[in-house]
Design a protein around this ligand. Structure first.
Ligand SMILES: *Cc1c(COP(=O)(O)O)cnc(C)c1O
Length: 351
């Protein structure tokens, strides 16, 4: 056996068990497939691909389409294979060995994970017991560690809480380094940091097609930020990293914005229905601006509730063993039928 890099030996990979169940509510995907018209349009486009040629290295049409949708210039858009690859590229460019990356825990585990893999030191700030972020803690982290990159996830995963706009602007005032607003779930919330973007400000926003767009299978994500930021990422990313199929899938998807918005509205109304029903049960529910809900049963251990749900062929995310999330479970909002099955199971277990 060849020894792996010393600093990687203590790391574990990303774990999200994929169990075969009837009701899968564990990975925050869309419960609905994309519209048939999307599939047909994409199939027609794919038949015209010049397969013997490398794809457009600058992903020009895709970046134009994304920019158009958000009302920004294409030179402010960087696209990659899922927003995880966007995050990795950001950390390769601005973090890496000898640099510090700050997170506020609990939050999306991949921020710290990717930061460590690229050799950075991770500084973990702490959230309050209700998972909100105290500005004093932000000041402490920035003053003590002067991070090169600081992450805020809004809505946060796995808590679902939306970060108030003041929190992001306060952090921008404090920080010398880059501030990354991970907005994988922003379309389910009522606020986005996109409105704060400015060429003079070290703020970038990351988004994904995985959650809202019914396109987790495609692996497509992007960042919007100042043009100097996009230029920096181009120095790091592999040539032709975005294949021709993916560029087309993104372009075609953006012709179906109305269908996507319909799906978002359905999920948000189902989320509110779930949250209201869950509030009548012996559980603590964290208010969510995303397509999932974090909850903590108060009468039975979280892990036990997870197992009883699984016995009913309902899979939710078991966060009960994660640091700072004792007894917590996270349920993805599914179709109305899936949500009914979850609620029925949960009631039986807790009553
Ligand atoms: C799911 C998720 C991502 C990953 O998105 P991909 O585009 O599928 O790589 C990024 N950030 C957060 C907070 C997520 O929950």
């Amino acid at each position: 056996m060849i020894p792996v890099r010393d600093d990687l030996r203590v790391l574990e990979g990303y774990h999200s068990p994929q169990v075969d169940v009837d009701v899968r509510l564990n990975t925050n995907e869309s419960p609905l497939p994309p519209p048939d018209a999307f599939r047909d349009a994409l199939a027609a486009e794919l038949s015209r691909v010049e397969w013997h040629r490398y794809p457009d290295r600058a992903a020009t049409r895709l970046r134009e389409a994304i920019a158009d949708w958000h009302g920004v210039d294409p030179s402010m858009v960087f696209a990659a294979n899922g927003s995880n690859e966007v995050l990795q590229t950001i950390l390769l460019a601005y973090a890496g060995a000898g640099r510090r990356v700050a997170t506020f825990e609990p939050t999306y585990q991949m921020h710290a994970q990717i930061a460590r893999v690229v050799g950075s030191e991770v500084v973990e700030g702490e959230r309050n017991a209700d998972f909100t972020l105290d500005p004093a803690e932000m000041r402490r982290v920035v003053a003590d560690h002067d991070p090169h990159v600081t992450f805020l996830t809004s809505p946060n995963n796995p808590t679902g809480l939306v970060e108030p706009a003041e929190r992001v602007t306060e952090l921008l005032d404090l920080a010398n380094g880059l501030v990354v607003a991970d907005e994988a779930y922003a379309q389910f919330a009522d606020w986005t940091a996109l409105e704060l973007l400015d060429e003079q400000r070290p703020l970038v926003v990351t988004r994904t097609f995985s959650k809202t767009w019914s396109m987790a299978g495609v692996r497509l994500g992007y960042a919007i930020g100042p043009t100097w930021f996009v230029d920096d990422l181009e120095k790091v990313v592999l040539p032709y990293h975005l294949d021709a199929m993916k560029q087309l899938a993104g372009c075609v998807a953006l012709r179906f914005v109305d269908d996507m918005n319909d799906r978002v509205r359905l999920i948000v109304s189902e989320r509110e229905r779930l949250a209201a029903a869950m509030a009548t049960l012996p559980i603590d529910v964290t208010p969510s601006g995303a397509n999932f809900i974090l909850f903590r049963p108060t009468t039975i251990a979280g892990r036990e509730v997870w197992q009883h749900l699984l016995d009913r062929s309902i899979l939710v995310r078991d966060c009960s063993g994660w640091p700072r999330l004792n007894d917590c479970l996270r349920v993805t909002v599914g179709t109305p039928g899936e949500n009914d099955a979850f609620l029925t199971g949960l009631k039986e277990i807790l009553e």
